[in-house]
Design a protein around this ligand. Structure first.
Ligand code: SIN
Length: 500
């Protein structure tokens, strides 16, 4: 059973999603590894369409973050950045005049260069799935170029147009984002504003919006004033999920999130995973300090969302906030047959499971339990709701918060299961222009450490080999001490967090 797995590790020097090779069926008929989307999803180029300052980059980055989180590798290719590299930063508004032939040729050259880069990107890694071409693409001619270049490379094209008629939001977008871009560094803000406004006027001269009659054959999503959507001829799961996401985001909502695990539980203290135990004395102490923090920071009115487990409910009972909502989908990852065991006990009882989890922790599914990927799936409705809130305090669990932090910080599925979410610490997530900032606040309440570092590839490979030869060859037994040595930081250490 390990043959293909080991070959995989040896050949690539890194782990891949073994489910793609149809591996690892257990006696229970479960799949040990999960995958978010069907295999062989076609490569996609999402080409943004719209005048400057219509929120295209914002939509592109948010969509890429969401797609990455659901396991669809995505990247934004911003044409302005390539133009600055290839042509320069000091292009005034006349460069964008459609009747300026030199400017038009230069802009077409840049567009072709970015398409070359996208095509190369797809060739670099078979997992690369969605390239988001963040450019104006305001003319049919430019969109035809994309349609001429992508489909022959096996890349499906979908257009996403952002239309905005609100001059107040347009001006705010220009002042908040565009005037800070390298094109206007060191410029007088009024001069920069005037130049950028004239640039938009130049684009308007040649703008051809996506149209339900002329563009009937194309796949596109047209977003008008953030609230109205025209969805045309979408193909497949990834395009449909993208439309679903766009219909749920509110571009002008700036969600500030406060995230915390429950106070230390009795199982945390015993280094056991899962269960449904009450808080320890330290856990109660933390919950009370958290309540004080909310009072001191005028956060007693913010909604609190929590799981339905005793340890989170007990933590919330010490908070001054009245608006507490419980969601089953915020429960901790289900460790199935391993629930209630320490990592050491899992390693002794189910060494094969333990090693396979290390091999691909995001996709590994506990016997009769869940994978991180399963958790992300059940969190999707919560993420959509979070996108619409101004402020929320989430009190939940380590694996669940890893998935949520991973989404907001746009971390890869390799990184998500190893994000540090210490007990007795508040994590504050604040939105920036296209991403988020993370801040940690701790109150000096002692707690267990439940983080287990990512194991080295060599150590995992050694363990897999050792397991495979356990019926005969004993030459790997000598590695055992070293293997166990890798787990020394597992769960029982206690630390005192510094008060901030
Ligand atoms: C730019 O040059 O900054 C943008 C080019 C475009 O997408 O039209």
């Amino acid at each position: 059973m390990f043959e293909t797995q080991r070959k995989l590790v040896k050949e690539t020097g890194r782990t891949r999603t073994p489910a793609s090779d149809n591996l690892m069926e257990t006696e229970l008929g479960r799949e040990r590894y999960t995958r978010s989307l069907p295999m062989n999803c076609p490569k996609q180029c999402y080409a943004m369409v719209g005048l400057p300052a219509r929120g295209k980059s914002y939509i592109a980055h948010r969509l890429a973050r969401y797609l990455n989180w659901i396991g669809t590798k995505s990247k934004v290719f911003n044409v302005g950045q390539y133009r600055r590299r290839l042509v320069g930063v000091n292009m005034t508004y006349d460069y964008y005049d459609p009747f300026n032939t030199t400017g038009a040729q230069s802009r077409r050259m840049v567009a072709n260069h970015v398409l070359d880069t996208i095509i190369e990107w797809f060739k670099e890694d078979a997992d690369n799935a969605v390239a988001i071409l963040d450019a104006t693409n305001t003319t049919r001619d430019r969109r035809d170029l994309i349609l001429e270049r992508c489909p022959p490379e096996g890349i499906q094209v979908m257009f996403i147009e952002s239309v905005l008629d609100d001059t107040f939001i347009e001006e705010r977008n220009i002042r908040e984002h565009k005037l800070r871009c390298p094109d206007y560094q060191g410029c007088d803000p009024d001069d920069a504003f005037n130049d950028f406004s004239k640039r938009i006027e130049n684009y308007k001269k040649a703008y051809e919006t996506l149209c339900l009659n002329l563009d009937r054959e194309l796949s596109f999503i047209r977003v008008s004033n953030i609230t109205q959507f025209h969805i045309n001829n979408l193909i497949g799961t990834v395009q449909s999920k993208s439309a679903y996401f766009l219909m749920n985001i509110r571009p002008h909502t700036k969600t500030t999130l406060y995230l915390s695990r429950h106070g230390e539980s009795q199982f945390n203290e015993l280094a056991k995973i899962g269960g449904d135990t009450n808080l320890t004395d330290n856990g109660v102490r933390y919950a009370k300090k958290l309540g004080k923090f909310l009072l001191e920071n005028n956060l007693t009115d913010i909604p609190v969302w929590t799981s339905i487990m005793k340890r989170t409910i007990e933590t919330c009972s010490h908070l001054p906030n009245q608006n507490v909502q419980r969601y089953k989908c915020l429960n901790e990852i289900d460790a199935g047959r391993c629930d209630g065991l320490t990592y050491k006990e899992i390693e002794e009882t189910y060494p094969e499971e333990f090693a396979l989890r290390d091999l691909d922790k995001y996709n590994y599914r506990y016997p009769q339990g869940e994978s991180y990927q399963d958790v992300c799936c059940r969190l999707e409705p919560i993420i959509m709701d979070l996108e619409k809130q101004d402020q929320v305090l989430l009190i939940c669990h380590q694996a669940v918060l890893r998935c949520i932090v991973g989404y907001f910080l746009n971390l890869s599925t390799d990184e998500i299961p190893y994000i540090k979410i210490p007990l007795h610490t508040v994590i504050k997530i604040t939105p920036l222009a296209y991403g988020c900032e993370k801040e940690e606040i701790s109150f000096g309440v002692e707690s267990s450490v439940t983080h287990r570092d990512k194991q080295t590839q060599e150590s995992i490979e050694r363990r897999l080999l050792a397991l495979d030869i356990s019926n005969g060859d004993s030459s790997f037994v000598g590695h055992e001490e070293e293997i166990n040595g890798n787990n020394e930081d597992v769960v029982s250490d206690r630390v005192v967090m510094m008060a901030s």
